[in-house]
Design a protein around this ligand. Structure first.
Ligand SMILES: NC(=O)CC[C@H](N)C(=O)O
Length: 275
């Protein structure tokens, strides 16, 4: 493989953010960015191993039937690859073992959680948390403030303190299986992004700053390696200053959108560690 950062964005079955996600990957410097329908992976025509950075984008997989991303999770975990003895999950396992990166945004985060890819406290696709209906029972479409944990192993949030991003979801409330699960998440600094006060000083359970009532105000999770990461807010929707709702009024907004920083960290890691 040549010295190019290669990103893949999966589309199909109700995903609707694949183009913005691909655009963010390109802006961040990835040289190859392919939008691939899930059926191309299941047919074996496209191989995960040809990429460094797997993007699971937002949307409404299977119309959120059975709970958001639940059917999609079963598809990815159990579907065989056409005319072969292999399953897509084996390709995914190898992709992770090779030290590559996965980012799931919103529906993609729900997919990762329901596949057991996050927070991955047990190895091998065991689900320990879920994302379910917002406390107020409504779809929430608003901007939120997010506090990043500086002690987290997360590669994507390296160097970040606080960022602001939009959310748009009906099922964003993180619920954990047990107190022990939350203790592990906290001890290992896996709850890397939390809904916070506007000055990023502290996490909050208060609506609307916390739009869904998520446990411990968690908005994003990583695994212990920091290479698998998912979040409810949409970083691909803030990749330029003008995406911010107050860009004409607020001084000191960075020229780049804050969401782009997550993608730039991913590309930097791939160049430093994987090429
Ligand atoms: N923007 C999204 O990806 C939405 C995710 C999911 N369909 C929900 O409403 O919770």
């Amino acid at each position: 493989m040549s010295k190019q950062v290669r990103a893949i964005v999966i589309a199909g079955n109700g995903t609707n953010c694949e183009r913005e996600t691909a655009h963010a990957c390109r802006l961040a410097g990835a040289e190859v960015v392919d939008i691939v329908h899930i059926s191309e992976l299941l047919s074996g025509r496209v191989l995960l191993q040809d990429y460094h950075f797997l993007n699971l984008a937002g949307g409404f997989l299977d119309g959120d039937d059975l709970g958001s991303a639940k059917a999609g999770a079963n598809r990815l975990l159990h579907a065989p690859i056409k005319d072969s003895e292999e399953h897509l999950s084996e390709h995914l396992r190898k992709f992770i073992a090779d030290g590559k990166l996965i980012m799931g945004v919103c529906n993609g985060f729900q997919l990762m959680v329901k596949m057991g890819l996050l927070p991955a406290l047990e190895k091998d696709f065991t689900q320990s948390v879920t994302l379910t209906f917002n406390d107020n029972g409504r779809f929430e479409d608003r901007w939120v403030y997010l506090k990043a944990d500086p002690e987290s192993p997360c590669i994507f949030t390296r160097g970040l303190d606080g960022i602001t991003l939009p959310v748009r979801h009906g099922e964003g409330k993180l619920v954990v299986e047990s107190d022990a699960t939350l203790e592990q998440i906290t001890a290992k600094h896996l709850g890397v992004l939390q809904y916070s006060l506007p000055d990023y000083s502290a996490p909050t359970q208060d609506y609307p700053l916390n739009p869904n009532g998520s446990t411990a105000a968690i908005a994003g999770l990583c695994d212990e390696t920091g290479r698998l990461f998912g979040l409810m807010p949409h970083p691909e929707a803030y990749v330029h200053r003008t995406h911010h709702p107050r860009w004409t009024r607020e001084e000191n907004l960075p020229e780049e959108g804050m969401g782009l920083w997550l993608y730039q960290n991913a590309v930097r890691f791939i160049r430093d560690e994987l090429l």
